[in-house]
Write a protein that binds this ligand. Structure first.
Ligand SMILES: Nc1nc2c(ncn2[C@@H]2O[C@H](COP(=O)(O)OP(=O)(O)OP(=O)(O)O)[C@@H](O)[C@H]2O)c(=O)[nH]1
Ligand SMILES: [Mg+2]
Length: 307
């Protein structure tokens, strides 16, 4: 069914609400983990390392009373200026300008200068809701200390409301959805009710490989890499996916490949299993490593990658 037919088929239910909700915050506060838990599927990649998310990723939550279209954004970059980081920040500010509601995520008991830089970017004419994440942390278990922390954050910006959650453990997700719904305008569902993301399978495949690189490589390297889908085709009820990992320098290649190809094998096996789970079919996946120097500062190349 195309979009127009879909709209025609949908009567606007009384009191139904729908809208776009941008999830923003400094790197590593748990934005992507939160979005995945809200929609119940792993659409956006996550890792222990900061600056994991590079693209805006849409996750659609639908129930009988509302549809919330979440937009997960890259963590706002405050150090290390290059063309890539400038582009990521531009994506964040753009994402905030076109939505009905902004959710600022902070980590419980830890407000940093990087959080304050993000707060300065928050829009003036769109409501902003505060989410205090990671309340499972030991330090956040003291109710009085947590309440004082929330007061301190709310003193720094005029939020329309707040909620505390643990995205990792899926705690208080329903409370959060209930708090966000009334902040959206009345209107019909914007996407079909069984749709969970507007991203293509091709994009999701690329992101899954990037997540494994973050997971299995050292501190610095994943930031100097990117991933390119060279081929993606369906054949005989199976996906055939060919993906290149782009590194900056020749000497980074063996680090990704590992002794006897071990590391690359681990990365591609795990990525394939995740893809099969997400796509619900068998996947043939081939991953290899290519050298492309200076890609993070090559504006034309960033455009080609859709960043
Ligand atoms: N303890 C705890 N850890 C969490 C929680 N939510 C997320 N994390 C962890 O925090 C780390 C960062 O999570 P992400 O969801 O990737 O964070 P992000 O804000 O999307 O990060 P960027 O995309 O890099 O900006 C991961 O190791 C998560 O497992 C939580 O509620 N409690
Ligand atoms: Mg993220």
């Amino acid at each position: 069914m195309d979009t127009e037919q879909y709209f025609a088929a949908q009567p606007a239910a009384e009191g139904y609400r729908s809208g776009f909700v941008a999830i923003v915050g400094r790197p590593n506060v748990g934005k992507s983990t939160l979005m995945n838990h809200l929609i119940g599927q792993k659409i956006s990649i996550t890792s222990k390392k900061a600056q994991t998310t590079r693209h805006k990723v849409t996750g659609i939550y639908t129930d009988e009373t509302a549809q919330l279209v979440f937009v997960d954004t890259p963590g706002f970059q405050t150090d290390h200026r290059n063309a890539l980081n400038d582009r990521l920040n531009l994506n964040v500010t753009e994402a905030m300008s076109g939505v009905d509601l902004v959710v600022l995520v902070v980590e419980a008991m830890r407000l940093t200068d990087a959080d304050r830089v993000v707060m300065k970017q928050l829009p003036k004419h769109t409501p902003v809701f505060l989410v205090v994440n990671k309340i499972d942390k030991e330090k956040a278990k003291d109710k009085y200390a947590l309440a004082a922390f929330i007061d301190a954050v709310r003193a720094e910006f005029d939020f329309v409301g707040h909620e505390v959650v643990s995205a990792k453990h899926g705690l208080r997700m329903a409370n959060l959805v209930a708090a966000l719904k009334p902040l959206l305008p009345e209107g019909i569902a914007l996407y079909p009710e069984d749709m969970v993301t507007d991203k293509s399978s091709r994009f999701l495949a690329m992101e899954i490989v990037r997540e494994k690189l973050f997971r299995y490589l050292g501190e610095e390297l994943p930031y100097a890499m990117n991933v390119e889908v060279e081929q993606f085709k369906e054949d005989g009820g199976m996906y055939h996916i060919y993906i290149a990992v782009l590194v900056d320098k020749e000497n980074q290649k063996p680090i990704v490949i590992g002794k006897g190809g071990e590391k690359l094998k681990k990365i591609s096996t795990e990525a394939r299993l995740d893809m099969e789970k997400l796509f619900g079919c068998k996947v043939f996946l081939k991953v290899w490593v290519k050298v492309k120097s200076g890609w993070a500062d090559d504006i034309r190349f960033l455009n080609e990658l859709g960043l």
